[in-house]
Unconditional design. Structure first.
Length: 258
């Protein structure tokens, strides 16, 4: 698996500047205007005007963390392929896997965001389940992405999801995911949507550890949730290093005269 080397610092600097100012990623006003079918599959997973920006935050995080086109990646809660429309063309044939309970979202994403020809060339694999089951894919994953997924389950279902991800992560595989961080924890069971289930970091980290993984917080761009990376305990040092590198603030050189 590719590691996060110091020579990736230029990439972090570049994408942070790029995303901080949203350069080129604001959806043009006429895209989807007057088109309910386009607005619906985008709006279901978040603000349509942030569609490209949120996708770019996810994909550039993965690239900065070492994702290469030879890796196998599972996109948990892939929805209408907000990140998938960037990841599917990038990854090699058959290396993208998506899990989503709402089949219609994936079908809209294919129809309106990617196209059948590209799907035919890249051959992504999808499963339409709501129980986090990944073992049916029959492969181990180098990367798992779960953006705005663990912001919705209560602890019982969050633990189930993390355990099933742990079962299918490759020995050096990594999970990149978000959760809703808050000073207080919620009490409940199952799934809550569209509202979010808040956790303290200490509580959520405990659930990750109960699943058999270890986790570190990531200071990456996400205004409403918090990122974390999780992996098997044998590679704890690697995710320690990754979390330290990605949490460094963007440093600007002192302004010169003029």
């Amino acid at each position: 698996m590719a590691t996060f080397e110091s020579d990736h610092s230029f990439l972090i600097r570049g994408v942070e500047v790029f995303l901080r100012f949203g350069i080129g990623l604001k959806r043009s006003p006429d895209v989807g205007e007057g088109s309910d079918h386009l607005a619906s599959h985008r709006a279901y997973v978040g603000a349509p005007e942030e569609w490209d920006l949120v996708a770019a935050r996810q994909v550039t995080l993965l690239l900065a963390a070492g994702l290469r086109n030879t890796h196998r990646l599972v996109d948990i809660g892939c929805g209408s392929l907000r990140a998938g429309r960037m990841l599917i063309p990038y990854l090699r044939h058959g290396h993208y896997f998506g899990v989503e309970p709402n089949r219609w979202l994936v079908e809209r994403g294919i129809e309106h965001e990617l196209g059948r020809d590209l799907i035919g060339m890249k051959r992504p694999t999808f499963r339409f389940v709501d129980d986090f089951s990944l073992s049916a894919f029959g492969v181990s994953f180098d990367f798992a992405l779960a953006h705005s997924v663990f912001s919705h389950p209560y602890p019982d279902l969050a633990l189930t999801g993390l355990q099933r991800i742990a079962e299918t992560l490759a020995p050096e595989g990594r999970l990149f995911a978000t959760f809703k961080e808050d000073p207080t924890d919620s009490v409940g069971s199952g799934w809550l949507y569209p509202e979010m289930v808040p956790y303290t970091w200490e509580r959520f980290e405990g659930i990750v550890e109960e699943s058999g993984l270890v986790a570190r917080r990531l200071h990456w761009m996400q205004p409403r949730q918090s990122w974390f990376v999780a992996a098997h305990p044998d590679v704890e040092a690697e995710i320690d290093d990754l979390s330290l590198r990605l949490r460094q603030p963007l440093q600007y050189p002192a302004a010169g005269p003029g």
